[in-house]
Design a protein around this ligand. Sequence first.
Ligand SMILES: Cc1cc2nc3c(=O)[nH]c(=O)nc-3n(C[C@H](O)[C@H](O)[C@H](O)COP(=O)(O)OP(=O)(O)OC[C@H]3O[C@@H](n4cnc5c(N)ncnc54)[C@H](O)[C@@H]3O)c2cc1C
Length: 395
Amino acid sequence: MQHVLVIGGGVIGLTSAWWLLEAGFGVTLLEREVQVGNGASYANGGQLSYRYVSPLADAGVPLKALHWMFQQDAPLRFRPELDLRQWRWLASFLAHCNAAANSATTAHLLELGEASRQAMAELAIPQEEFSWREAGKLIIYRSRPALDVAVARPDAGQLLSPAQCVRCEPALAHVEAALAGGIFNPGEAVADCHAFCEALMRRIAQHPRFQARVTGAAHQLERARGKVTGVATAAGRLVADHYVLAAGIASRDLAATADIRLPLYPVKGYSLTAPIRSGDLAPQVSVTDFERKILYARIGERLRVAAMADLVGENLTLDAARVQGLLRQVRATMPQAADYAQLATWAGLRPSTPSGAPLIGASRYANLWLNVGHGPLGFTFACGAARKLAAIMHD
Ligand SMILES: Cc1cc2nc3c(=O)[nH]c(=O)nc-3n(C[C@H](O)[C@H](O)[C@H](O)COP(=O)(O)OP(=O)(O)OC[C@H]3O[C@@H](n4cnc5c(N)ncnc54)[C@H](O)[C@@H]3O)c2cc1C
């Protein structure tokens, strides 16, 4: 039996571990924290957005970004760093901001989305273990031109008028007059990504081919003659036949220890979580407020709101002005959806590639494999990406 060391216990590392076990490999999981799923996978938007993948790099985005730089509560923020990696990533991102690149990435991500939907169903983790629900997804548009562009996209669903949006999701009643319309995709789901990670870890731990869970940070990929020969970690040196790099944004620094330059940047986002009381008008379907780039999902008895794309480096500080700005917009859109006085706030780093497409598969070392760069939709793509990686490694 071939032995694989999976580095990273977020949703990508855990799904990789599972599908590698299923493909016949022995697996050891290395995670620097005591608990799994505490990085970007912790309190993300919870949307399993298989049919609406919308890569950020698109024609017109650079102009919009310039406009956002002068808006107080803008969805995007940019702080220049003395870090070449930021500028390299930005240059490549701008090169992908055109219709042709966007449609190529969209087609690829839609395929990965469909594979993920099937793979997650195959996994058959009981829905109640991770608050999974086929909620459907409504994308609301406040401007007619944006709606017209969206309707023509290959990931468009059913077109709704403002009144139909409110019939579909009564929690939007307050903003009906501000809407140009919406697009509804009935098959989309929501779930708790962190609970999914924990549930999957329990299954992994019981798998007959699972070797061990090691707690400790990897520091260095050791290599010789075109292969990785071991990993230096806080828990000692670990050796395997194959190594899978799935450490979210930290994969960038780890890869650099073996002279691999991964085109990843940490796109910081925020989430707010508030309990839903009986009598609150919380959304049942998941909602994306397109122009504001704010996602709303009901996860069990909590409202989860996720938003913001801040290009401010590897920085997890909760910026109070950003949180307050987001809360203002949430209250204005869904004033009675949850108990906003009991808010939990969180920030995470989306490990993002310039195009929006993740890197899944081989590296320049024969036995080092990548599953990184899932950006804003890592929960959505995790199962499909892991199954794909296991198939590549098995061949
Ligand atoms: C605000 C926000 C909202 C989002 N909303 C959604 C959404 O609605 N739907 C969706 O599909 N996706 C969403 N995402 C994206 C999704 O959360 C990420 O793409 C996904 O969690 C990335 O998973 P990962 O396993 O690659 O990274 P992580 O979850 O960060 O996992 C990496 C793991 O590696 C470990 N690690 C790091 N360094 C080392 C080391 N040296 N040694 C050992 N272990 C290490 C970390 O501790 C961590 O556990 C959102 C992200 C954010 C920030």
